[in-house]
Design a binder for this molecule. Structure first.
Ligand code: SAM
Length: 218
């Protein structure tokens, strides 16, 4: 996606993807990753998700990356946090209370910017990118997080019913992207159509939301 697309979405507060609470799939399935106590958790394309706060409350230092300065500003303001701000190359870094958010492009982030990552949480991040960009995203993510397990929350819907984002990312695509490097397990598949009036209005007749565990084999 053109970065301007997302910057405009935040500017116009067209952020239907943002949840007012913690994602129930995160609450139900985080433990399936067996993330070591106190390990750093990476949250790519994090928006101003309250899931960041949930993961911090579990005792994890949390590191996110988000393109929109508005989103980052709203995250800290809405959670009553006053971040320290620093520049790091093309990225700006905000930190408060054990939550570090890089503001800028995920693809500008390097492993040297991150602590050792013990686990990853991806909700509505992979699926924010068109299928042709997803291989580069998956490759870059794996380079950033080494062997860390990933909780991936993805959507899929009948091909052609709607233009993304969100982009339909069915099991076969998750398998193509991560299968060669991770053991995949679908932990739960939800029928998400009833709870997605905006996507129904865009033409969807079916919508699944799947929580995937992606773990390094062995
Ligand atoms: C669909 S939203 C999901 C946000 C968050 N994961 C959540 O669950 O609310 C996708 C987010 O990715 C951000 N984004 C898109 N492309 C990005 C990039 N290349 N680097 C960093 N953030 C990006 C957008 O600004 C947007 O906030």
């Amino acid at each position: 996606m053109d970065p301007q697309f997302w910057l405009d979405r935040w500017q116009n507060q067209e952020i239907g993807f943002h949840l007012d609470g913690v994602n129930p799939l995160l609450e139900r399935h985080w433990s399936a990753l067996d993330a070591p106590a106190g390990c750093a958790v990476f949250v790519p394309l994090c928006g101003k998700s309250l899931d960041l706060v949930y993961l911090r409350r579990l005792g994890h230092p949390v590191v996110g990356v988000e393109l929109s300065a508005l989103a980052v500003g709203q995250f800290f303001a809405e959670n009553g946090l006053e971040p320290r701000v620093a520049e790091r190359g093309p990225l700006r870094v905000f930190e408060a209370g054990g939550i570090t958010l890089y503001q800028g492009d995920l693809f500008a982030l390097t492993p040297a910017d991150l602590p050792a990552i013990g686990a990853v949480y991806d909700r509505a991040s992979l699926i924010a990118l068109p299928p042709e960009r997803q291989p580069a995203y998956a490759e870059h993510l794996l380079a950033l997080v080494a062997a860390a397990p990933i909780l991936l929350i993805a959507l899929d819907y009948p091909a052609g019913e709607m233009q993304g984002p969100p982009f339909s990312t069915p099991a076969a695509q998750v398998e193509r992207l991560y299968g060669p490097r991770r053991a995949l397990a679908a932990l739960e598949v939800l029928d998400a159509l009833a709870d997605s009036p905006a996507l129904r209005a865009r033409g969807l007749t079916a919508l699944n939301e799947t929580a995937w565990r992606l773990r390094t084999p062995g």
